[in-house]
Write a protein that binds this ligand. Structure first.
Ligand code: FAD
Ligand code: SF4
Ligand code: SF4
Length: 399
C-alpha cells in the first residue's frame, strides 16, 4: 500500500452527486469522488485503504514512534503548545488562529489560493468548499460547519486554475485522501493546515439533532456543549437557549453520527503539517501541534499575533474512560454527553490539558473500535491503525 506517485495523470469520470460512493455507507463525503481523482479512490480513500503510517513517512519523513507516549496519542510532532490570538477574530470557532495563518500565507505570497469551506447563502450549516484568493474569502470560511464537508471536490479546479502553491485546510479524512493524491496535483508546494475532528454528522443528521433538541431549530446560529451540563444554543436574535443534557432524547439521537465518524481513528489529523484544535489546552486557549518544518514555517507567520504557553497535563482519565465504555455500548453513541453527564466523577479525577485530550481520544477510539467490530468485522484488522489498537488495548471491552 503506497500513495499514488507515478507522474502520469489518469483521468476518470467523477461520480454524480447523490450516487453511491465506493466506500459505501462508510463514505465521509470528503469530495474526492466528486472529481476525476476518483480514479485513485482505492488507494486514497481513508475508509477503503488505511495507510496512515506510510503517509506519515511521506509527509513528515517518518512514521510516529509508538513507544513515545505523546506520539502514540498525538502523532509525529516537533513542538506542541497552547496558544490564543491576542485579538481574537470575531465569529471564529475559537480565537481564529486557523483563519489568521491562512490570511498571512496569502498576503505574503506563500500561496496563491486556500482551500477552505464557506456556507451557502440559503443555509448557514451547509458547507460550500471554495478556493479563497482574498483575505475576505478566507474570513467568510471561519467557524466550523458541523457537518461532513466535501472539501476535496474543488481539486479539479485547482488543476485547471494552474495554481502552483496551495494551502488546504481540512479534517483528517479529507487530508488522508489529499496526501494520497498529492503528487498528482501538479503543485510546487502544498501546505496542509488541519483541525482535529470527531463525531461529525451529515446535514440531515444535524437537522435531526437541532429539531429534536432546540425550540427553534431554524434560527440556531451556533451551539456548544458547556460545562454546566447544558447545550447553549445561540439564536439569530442573540438569545441563548439552554437545554440540559439529561433532557436529551438520546434514543432518537443514537444514530445521529455518520458511520464514517463512528469508524474514524484519525482524530488528531496525523498527516497535516500543522494542527490547530483546543482539546489539549486550558479552556479559552487553542492547542497546537507542529508536525514538521513546513508546519513551523506556517506557525511562525503569526508568532507576533498570538500568546503561547507550554502544554500541561493533570489527573487520571483511565477510570472515567473505562466506566464510560458500557454506556456507549448500550446505544448511547454520544461520548461527550456521557462524559459530561459523568461530570462529577470527571471533575474529581480532573483530567486537564493533555490528559483531557487523551480522555477524549480513548473514549472515542474504544467506542469506534466496538462499532467497527460489530458492524464491519471483516475490516477491523486492516482499518484500525496500530497506534489505535494499542490505545484501545489499555481497556477492557465487552465481547
Ligand atoms: P477558524 O479561524 O474559525 O477557522 C475554521 C476553519 O475550519 C475554516 O478555515 C474552515 O474552512 C474550516 N472548516 C469548518 N468546517 C469544516 C468542516 N466541516 N470540514 C473541514 N474544514 C472545516 N478540535 C479539538 O481540539 N477537539 C475536537 O473534538 C474537535 N472537533 C471538531 C469537529 C469538527 C466537525 C470540526 C470542523 C472541528 C473540530 N475541532 C476540534 C477543531 C476546532 O473546533 C476548531 O476548528 C479549531 O480549533 C480552529 O479554530 P479557529 O478559531 O482557529 O478556526
Ligand atoms: Fe470517495 Fe471520499 Fe467517500 Fe472515500 S470518503 S468514497 S474517497 S468521497
Ligand atoms: Fe472525517 Fe473522522 Fe471527522 Fe468524520 S470524524 S468528518 S471521518 S475526520
Amino acid at each position: 500500500m503506497t500513495s499514488v506517485d507515478s507522474s502520469k495523470h489518469t483521468k476518470a469520470k467523477a461520480l454524480k452527486p447523490g450516487s453511491r460512493r465506493p466506500a459505501k455507507e462508510l463514505c465521509s463525503e470528503c469530495g474526492l469522488c466528486d472529481t476525476y481523482y476518483i480514479h485513485y479512490v482505492k488507494e486514497a480513500c481513508a475508509f477503503i485503504t488505511q495507510q496512515i503510517d506510510t503517509l506519515e513517512e511521506q509527509s513528515h519523513s517518518r512514521s510516529r514512534n509508538l513507544d513515545n507516549p505523546d506520539e502514540l496519542y498525538f502523532g509525529v510532532h516537533q513542538d506542541m503548545m497552547a496558544a490564543r490570538k491576542q485579538q481574537p477574530i470575531e465569529g471564529a470557532q475559537w480565537t481564529g488562529i486557523v483563519s489568521s495563518i491562512a490570511i498571512e500565507m496569502l498576503n505574503r505570497g506563500l500561496v496563491e489560493g486556500v482551500v477552505c469551506v464557506q456556507n451557502t447563502k440559503e443555509d448557514r450549516f451547509q458547507p460550500m468548499p471554495v478556493i479563497a484568493r482574498t483575505p475576505e474569502e478566507i474570513l467568510a470560511a471561519r467557524v466550523n460547519k458541523p457537518t461532513l464537508s466535501p472539501n476535496l471536490s474543488i481539486l479539479e479546479q485547482v488543476e485547471k486554475s494552474g495554481m502552483k502553491r496551495l494551502l488546504v485546510i481540512g479534517v483528517g479524512c479529507q487530508i488522508q485522501a489529499l496526501r494520497a493524491v498529492e503528487k498528482k496535483l501538479g503543485l510546487e508546494k502544498l501546505y496542509v493546515l488541519g483541525t482535529p475532528c470527531v463525531d461529525n454528522v451529515t446535514r440531515a443528521g444535524l437537522k435531526k439533532f437541532l429539531e429534536t433538541t432546540s425550540r427553534s431549530p431554524e434560527t440556531v446560529v451556533h451551539y456548544e456543549f458547556m460545562q454546566d451540563f447544558r447545550i447553549h444554543f445561540k439564536h439569530e436574535d442573540g438569545s441563548i437557549e439552554k437545554v440540559p443534557f439529561f433532557g436529551l432524547k438520546t434514543n432518537q439521537l443514537k444514530d445521529v453520527f455518520a458511520p464514517s465518524c463512528m469508524s474514524c481513528f484519525d482524530y488528531v489529523n496525523s498527516l497535516a503539517d500543522l494542527v490547530v484544535g483546543y482539546m489539549g489546552a486550558p479552556f479559552g486557549w487553542q492547542w497546537i501541534l507542529v508536525r514538521n518544518d513546513t508546519g513551523k514555517e506556517m506557525l511562525d507567520l503569526v508568532k507576533d499575533q498570538i500568546d503561547t504557553q507550554p502544554v500541561m497535563s493533570q489527573g487520571n482519565r483511565k477510570e472515567a474512560v473505562q466506566q464510560g465504555i458500557p454506556a456507549y455500548d448500550k446505544g448511547v453513541t454520544l461520548p461527550m454527553w456521557v462524559a459530561k453527564m459523568m461530570g462529577v466523577v470527571i471533575d474529581k479525577i480532573g483530567p486537564k490539558g493533555l490528559e483531557y485530550a487523551r480522555f477524549s481520544i480513548d473514549s472515542h477510539f474504544t467506542r469506534n473500535y466496538l462499532y467497527v467490530k460489530r458492524n464491519h468485522p471483516e475490516k477491523l484488522e486492516a482499518h484500525v491503525p496500530e497506534y489505535a489498537k494499542r490505545i484501545v488495548g489499555q481497556y477492557k471491552l465487552p465481547e
